[in-house]
Design a protein around this ligand. Structure first.
Ligand code: PHE
Ligand code: NA
Length: 513
């Protein structure tokens, strides 16, 4: 083709861009909430095991598929998956992986736009005058009775955020994505360090403090074996690993496709994954939970994470608590939401780039138009999501597009890589030009352990029982029916109702009242 092939500018730029891809709202809002909701240190053990047995192998697989596809001029999943074997359907697996970028971007960019609005309002001192608890629902327009009323300010910030994404994407990989990461990532780390240190120094002498922040830290970090035996904790942990590493979406593949044939992937992928985990567990674990615990106590913090999203803690609780910090309060607010904004935009660009690349590679659309196409699609889909899930109650949507889809796609790709492309070819591809020697046993992990692990998680998510697994199994043997939890995949699909239902051998569903 006539178009000049795009490539990453520098290795530093590449590392920052791929770290920016992974490090996102998931690290600072989703992780603390998921951890708190699933018992803190009890969550950590399945989480770290999931990282080693699913996260890392999937990262390597995605980088390998991506760089391989890039050599044939494909920078998005459909084209590169078609290159992994002869079957026609491979391409459609890729299409699925492309589509999730758009569906996740639809609500992700909206949340990203809240953080921008909150930087502005923190600096203006809005939260010293209006309680964030009042402000948030008003901002989102959920206090208005009229369902058709449009929250103008939120819409405005959403448009500005989308415009910024479109503008950066339209500038090309180096002048857009790489530039945003070079500016955003250092600031994010700096803001995060300041907030973590200030928070951890809170003590009994500070007004309003009722507990040591270390209690919160301990809660998140002290490993507890209990989680090992709870399949729901495993589901949550695995889901978080997928989301936070950006695997299972076709986004990593896209960034890897802009490498040269002999550029290292083993070390780059491992570094990016490790940086994400460091930022998530160390930095993400040191801000939201410890600060909130210091002022409110652990029980209240856990109660505030009930939905697992971290919105309440992040947008209501924290800005309220910053008011205790005097003149530094507005600065801390701007740093917290600024950090979230940089985390968000370097990730939403990573959802946009594959869509852009797809339009450019496969339909020869000019970059600027492709960027605009992504912006418009996100706007329309975003508007739909906001109407369907008012007030930021995206939990259900996030489950299907941001967790379930990723697990299904990841299972498909790791099987395609290990069994259709072939693990020997795959392993060679992975190690070509490598600056890091990967442990040889990972060849078998990728072929057998990772797919099996994902399959178990997937089946667990499908049939997650309402009570304990032990009770469910004994019920299966005694009555031939299986108690489905409302939040299990089958439970959702079959509408078993709020409290779960029974699924018996005849296929009959009995809602549980
Ligand atoms: N990993 C990002 C986060 O933690 C989210 C993301 C998913 C980004 C998929 C890009 C692609 O917030
Ligand atoms: Na992340």
């Amino acid at each position: 083709s006539g178009a000049k092939k795009e490539q990453w500018g520098t290795r530093v730029g590449l590392v920052l861009a791929v770290a920016g891809n992974a490090v996102g709202l998931g690290n600072f809002l989703r992780f603390p909430a998921q951890a708190a909701q699933n018992g803190g240190g009890a969550f950590l053990v399945p989480y770290l095991i999931s990282f080693v047995l699913m996260g890392l192998p999937l990262l390597w697989v995605e980088w390998a598929i991506g760089r391989h596809g890039g050599q044939y001029g494909h920078h998005s999943a459909p084209g590169m998956f078609a290159r992994l074997g002869r079957s026609r359907w491979l391409k459609y697996v890729g299409v699925f992986g492309l589509f999730t970028n758009l569906t996740v971007a639809a609500y992700y960019c909206y949340i990203e736009s809240w953080t921008l609005a909150y930087v502005w309002h923190s600096l203006r001192g809005t939260f010293t005058a209006v309680s964030p608890t009042t402000f948030f629902p008003e901002y989102l327009g959920t206090t208005q009775d009229d369902i058709a009323a449009i929250p103008w300010e939120a819409t405005g910030f959403f448009l500005v955020t989308l415009a910024l994404n479109v503008w950066l994407l339209s500038r090309g990989l180096v002048r857009g994505v790489e530039l945003a990461a070079k500016i955003g990532m250092p600031l994010l780390l700096g803001f995060g360090a300041v907030l973590a240190i200030r928070g951890l120094l809170l003590g009994p002498g500070d007004p309003g403090v009722i507990e040591s922040p270390l209690v919160g830290l301990n809660f998140v970090w002290e490993p507890q074996a209990a989680g090992l035996f709870n399949p729901s904790t495993w589901l949550a942990a695995a889901g978080q690993i997928f989301f936070t590493l950006s695997v299972g979406m076709g986004s990593i593949h896209c960034y890897a496709a802009y490498l040269r044939e002999r550029d290292d992937i083993a070390l780059n992928a491992t570094t990016a994954g490790t940086v994400n985990e460091f930022v998530e567990v160390i930095l993400g674990g040191s801000i939201l939970i410890p600060i909130a615990t210091a002022y409110l106590g652990l029980a209240a913090v856990q109660a505030a994470t009930a939905g697992g999203s971290g919105f309440d803690l992040g947008f209501l609780t924290l800005p309220t608590l910053f008011n205790e910090w005097g003149w530094f309060g507005p600065v801390a607010g701007a740093m917290w939401f600024g950090l979230l904004f940089f985390a968000g935009i370097t990730s939403s660009l990573a959802m946009g780039q594959p869509v852009l690349a797809f339009l450019q590679d496969e339909f020869k659309v000019r970059r600027e138009w492709a960027a605009l196409g992504f912006g418009l699609a996100t706007l329309l889909l975003g508007a739909l999501v906001v109407i369907l899930y008012p007030g930021g109650s995206f939990g259900e949507f996030d489950f299907w597009t941001g967790t379930f889809s990723l697990i299904v796609f990841a299972l498909a790709e790791v099987l395609i890589f290990g069994w259709i492309f072939g693990i020997d070819r795959g392993w060679a591809e992975l190690n070509r030009g490598a600056d890091l020697r990967l442990p040889g046993f990972y060849k078998y992990v990728i072929k057998y352990v990772t797919p099996l692990f994902i399959l178990v998680v997937l089946v667990g998510a499908m049939v997650n029982p309402s009570g304990s697994w032990g009770e469910a199994v004994s019920q299966l043997f005694s009555t031939g029916s299986w108690p489905l939890a409302a939040e299990s995949v089958l439970g959702k699909v079959l509408h078993v109702g709020e409290t779960g239902g029974y699924f018996d051998a005849t296929g009959k569903i009995t809602p549980m009242f």
